[in-house]
Design a protein around this ligand. Structure first.
Ligand code: MG
Length: 249
């Protein structure tokens, strides 16, 4: 059952997600060779608290940090650590959640560390653009699968694979709510989209095979064949005037 937000709740969703957008925007200049992911995490936690919210991921299912920091072949849920030092040519996915007055924000970007290969750049570019292709379909009268199909077509046309084991989701008082939003077309239409739904759309793609495995830390999902992976996520609201991106500064 997908619960539609009241207008008051929509405003709280805007606030929570704006905080996520601020983190994603202000973290970008901090991402450079020599920086460790633990320091990025501490910065993000303090910034979220200073904005009157709480980290959305820390403690969620036991996750130990504010950020997920996923480097190169890591798809999602990389754990920040002093031992993980970013180096020239890496790509790093930063995923962050914030809870404001009981409502969740969630968003992710993949960033280049210094100069990256054309191969990495094109993967990131494709993933980001596919997110916007999906968002275009997030409007009243469409079905959840219309979002999935738009992402699927865009990514495959450019020769990449889509991670299948992880998906986008509804979001609100809980970080993960119905509906599940696949990034590929499974041929099922899914629920009808309505105004005042809030959705986290998040393609994860790779330049190798789509199989993944989870590291021994119980969290970090990596590509099985070691290929590069990119991840972009926006939380959006469906309004009578179309999709509204909430994770925007
Ligand atoms: Mg998410």
């Amino acid at each position: 059952m997908i619960r539609l937000k009241t207008n008051k709740e929509m405003d709280l969703m805007r606030k929570a997600n704006r905080i996520v957008a601020i983190i994603l925007s202000e973290i970008e200049p901090r991402i450079k060779p020599g920086v460790n992911t633990y320091d990025l995490d501490i910065w993000a936690e303090e910034k979220i608290l200073s904005l009157g919210a709480k980290p959305g991921f820390k403690g969620y299912g036991g996750f130990p940090a504010t950020l997920c920091t996923s480097i190169n072949n890591e798809v999602v849920h990389g754990i920040p650590s002093k031992d993980r030092i970013l180096k020239e040519g890496d790509i790093v996915g930063i995923d962050v959640g914030a809870v404001y007055k009981g409502f969740n924000g969630d968003g992710a970007r993949t960033f280049a560390v210094g100069e990256v290969s054309n191969k990495a750049r094109d993967l990131m570019d494709t993933c980001e653009k596919s997110l916007y292709e999906g968002i275009k379909m997030a409007k009243e009268g469409k079905r959840v699968n219309d979002i999935s199909v738009a992402i699927d077509r865009f990514v495959r046309d450019r020769g990449y694979e889509i991670i299948r084991d992880l998906t986008g989701h509804g979001i609100g008082e809980n970080l993960h709510e119905d509906p599940q939003i696949l990034n590929y077309d499974n041929g099922q239409k899914g629920p009808k989209l309505k105004a005042n739904m809030t959705l986290a759309i998040e393609p994860m793609i790779t330049n190798g095979g789509y199989e993944v495995r989870t590291l021994n830390n119980g969290w970090t999902v990596v590509t099985a064949d070691g290929s590069l992976s990119a991840h972009y996520e926006n939380t959006i609201a469906i309004t009578e005037n179309g999709p509204e991106i909430l994770t925007k500064v």
